[in-house]
Ligand binder design. Structure first.
Ligand code: ADP
Ligand code: ZN
Length: 290
């Protein structure tokens, strides 16, 4: 089967064609402007490549619930041109093939569970820390939606007393995204995040905030693995810092073999930054099966 994959992001749309084994045959990237400008280019690409089904992992918030009136819409996004936009509808109409749809981060966790290091696990959380913070949750064989879909990047964080930064999220200020996404790091320290590599205090605070959120996810969802991706996590020194703070915060309350081997529990993505697009291939395969 020729499967189409679309990783729909706020800055770029990655379009790819591959198969159900996760093999990617070809891939292009189109800048995200407005639907009027961007959608026709993607439709042209997927028509030309003759796909049998399409999977979309999309920036949010979205409505991923098939029996809802607004299923397939990008809903209350701050990107005004894309607000209340029926992205699934336009592709279904133009391509006349099955279309699968979920959040970008649910796409990434699905990629890791289907093709990557999390294969065979029942409960896995994928967190991306980049321009924003988002989390995808795979639980008991399914991607978690519930009433909407997880928005776990916005859980509240207790600020450390030495941190004077007020927080960047317009809704909550001191949520994980407001305190620890790339733009918050850059505003707090006044420099590009990548250029702060040697500043230990930057990554110690960053790791502490990420660890607070992860500890909450561990206590709430009991994941068997937590995978961290996104631009900020290119700072690999964060991993041991996060693992240590999670241990400290949980304070021995939970005893499992996973937590005894933190280096295999809180881990980087395993698919060379293709976890999102590969997850979209699996979304397409699942849509074709329905
Ligand atoms: P997006 O979230 O827009 O899809 P990314 O996941 O690449 O894209 O995140 C971009 C953010 O990640 C930027 O705001 C930047 O601050 C941060 N970032 C990118 N590269 C690095 C790096 N090497 N080290 C630390 N932070 C980085
Ligand atoms: Zn927030």
């Amino acid at each position: 089967m020729r499967l189409g994959a679309l990783e729909a992001g706020g800055t770029k749309m990655v379009c790819a064609v591959g198969d159900e084994t996760g093999k990617i045959f070809e891939q292009i990237s189109i800048p995200t402007v407005t639907p009027q400008e961007t959608i026709p280019q993607m439709i042209e690409y997927f028509k030309k490549t003759q796909i049998d089904a399409l999977g979309i992992g999309c920036f949010g918030p979205i409505d991923p619930e098939r029996n809802s009136d607004t299923y397939g819409y990008i809903t209350s996004t701050p990107k005004l041109a894309w607000r209340n936009y029926n992205i699934v509808g336009v592709f279904e109409e133009a391509l006349a093939c099955p279309v699968g749809f979920d959040t970008d981060v649910n796409g990434s966790v699905l990629g890791e569970v289907t093709f990557g290091q999390a294969k065979g696990k029942n409960c896995v959380v994928y967190v991306t820390i980049g321009t924003g913070v988002g989390a995808g949750v795979f639980i008991e064989g399914k991607l978690l939606h519930g009433m909407l879909h997880p928005e776990a990047g916005h859980v509240l964080i207790q600020k450390r007393s030495d941190d004077q930064y007020r927080g960047k999220c317009p809704y909550h200020k001191n949520c994980l995204e407001g305190l620890a996404a790339g733009p918050a790091i850059e505003e707090r320290w006044g420099q590009r995040a990548a250029a702060l590599k040697e500043r230990e205090e930057v990554w110690d605070l960053e790791g502490y905030y990420i660890a607070q959120a992860l500890s909450g996810y561990i206590l709430t969802l009991s994941p068997e693995m937590i995978i961290l991706g996104g631009g900020v996590m290119h700072q690999e020194q964060l991993f041991p810092i996060i693992r240590n703070y999670v241990k400290e915060i949980l304070n021995g309350y939970i005893k499992t073999k996973e937590l005894e081997h933190m280096e295999n529990y809180i881990v980087p993505a395993s698919l060379k930054d293709n976890q999102g697009i590969m997850g979209c291939l699996e979304l397409a395969r699942r849509a074709a099966e329905l």
